[in-house]
Design a binder for this molecule. Structure first.
Ligand code: ADP
Ligand code: MG
Length: 359
């Protein structure tokens, strides 16, 4: 499969407007690869951003899965590793994309269904194991166990210099239904832990790993192992502009900002063929080191909201995720309504209140 010369594909997804939002279309998909966003400095201009693929608000979960994710899931059955990240600010659609809902299942349920279908089809005895952990303030927590059962887990290096999370549980799953039960319970653990620690789950990275292992039935029976990591990243919002009062929030924000920054650097270094890849600079990239780079395939889904309310966050997200952009004239002149959002508006919005309607 070609990844367009990239080790890590970067694709963009614009979510639809929610019922409470004013449909002011600050962001639009120009083609299958180009996103157009209003230039915040000059509203007569747009900025065009190029991606490996671009999905508009009408894009179905199935389309993204089939076009971009399924080929990565397939590589697991060649004994390779693949990683999918969802990056974006809180409210941009990361969890919807990676997890989805009952009526619109996202990447995780689709990938697992695919893996179990593959298992039924092949006459191979695949051993499928799952682990699920979160990284909060650079500490690793097992989500397959109640938070009270274990504290933060250390990262170690084995005799072959392979990095692993010591004590992380790995559960064997025999069917999709068994996986789903385990996963739902783990999501419950994440919510409970979030509440206890007084932090919202959007402030941690959640990493689901599916390992598929089997033995060749030819020759001396070589053992193969493929891995798939599906990751819902912490919200990339600039916490200084929102609610980072107090020392705890500062520490939290700087840990999030730093780990996302390192991830961006790793993606950039891999895609430009740099010799030094800064894996060691954050816990997440250290843990994923063997699954990023080399022959491993990866994909970063950049989630953005469609409206003007998120425009500054959207610009920051896009500037993080793509190096290629250009300023162009707007195709049709239209009236621009000046909007000023106060910190209070933002806070209200992040707390889930409906967006104030401006005339
Ligand atoms: P995040 O995880 O980035 O904070 P969510 O996935 O929770 O964002 O999405 C924010 C809201 O938008 C949720 O109510 C979600 O259901 C909705 N949403 C996001 N993406 C889509 C989509 N593609 N189609 C329909 N609703 C979406
Ligand atoms: Mg989320």
């Amino acid at each position: 499969m070609s990844t367009g010369g990239h080790k890590i594909k970067v694709v963009c997804r614009v979510r639809p407007f929610l019922g409470s939002e004013k449909p002011d279309h600050a962001v639009s998909v120009e083609s299958g690869r180009v996103l157009r966003v209003t230039n915040p400095r000059d509203s007569t201009k747009d900025i065009r951003y190029n991606f490996d693929a671009c999905y508009g608000s009408e894009a179905a979960q199935e389309a993204i899965y089939k076009n971009d994710v399924r080929p990565l899931v397939e590589t697991v059955f060649s004994g390779m590793s693949a990683t999918v990240f969802c990056y974006g600010v809180t409210g941009a659609g990361k969890t919807h994309t990676i997890q989805g809902t009952e009526s619109a299942p996202g990447i995780i349920p689709r990938a697992l269904e695919h893996i179990f279908k593959h298992k039924e089809r092949d006459a191979v005895d695949y051993d499928i194991r799952v682990s699920y952990f979160e990284i909060y303030k650079e500490a690793v927590f097992d989500l397959l166990k109640p938070r009270d059962a274990t504290g933060a887990l250390p990262i170690r290096e084995d005799g072959n210099r392979k990095i692993f999370v010591a004590g992380l549980s790995e559960k064997q799953v025999l069917s999709y239904e068994q996986f789903d039960q385990l996963y739902q319970r783990a999501c419950g653990n994440r919510r409970t832990a979030s509440t206890k620690l007084n932090h919202h789950s959007s402030r941690s990275h959640a990493i689901l790993t599916v390992q598929v292992k089997w033995r060749d039935d030819v020759g001396e029976g070589r053992v193969w192992c493929g891995k798939l990591h599906l990751i819902d990243l912490a919200g990339s919002e600039d916490n200084r502009r929102t609610d980072n009062s107090g020392r705890d929030r500062m520490a939290e924000s700087s840990a999030i900002n730093r780990s996302l920054f390192v991830l961006g650097q790793v993606v950039e270094a891999l895609n430009t063929g740099a010799t030094r890849i800064p894996y060691r600079d954050s816990k997440m990239t250290r843990i994923l080191q063997d699954s990023l780079g080399g022959e491993c395939l990866g994909m970063m889904i950049v989630n953005v909201a469609p409206g003007e309310f998120f425009l500054q966050d959207t610009q920051n997200t896009l500037n993080f995720a793509t190096r290629s952009r250009e300023v162009v004239n707007k195709p049709v002149a239209h009236e621009v309504v000046e909007q000023r959002w106060t910190v209070a508006d933002r806070l209200q919005h992040h707390r889930g209140a409906s967006q104030p309607v401006r005339s």
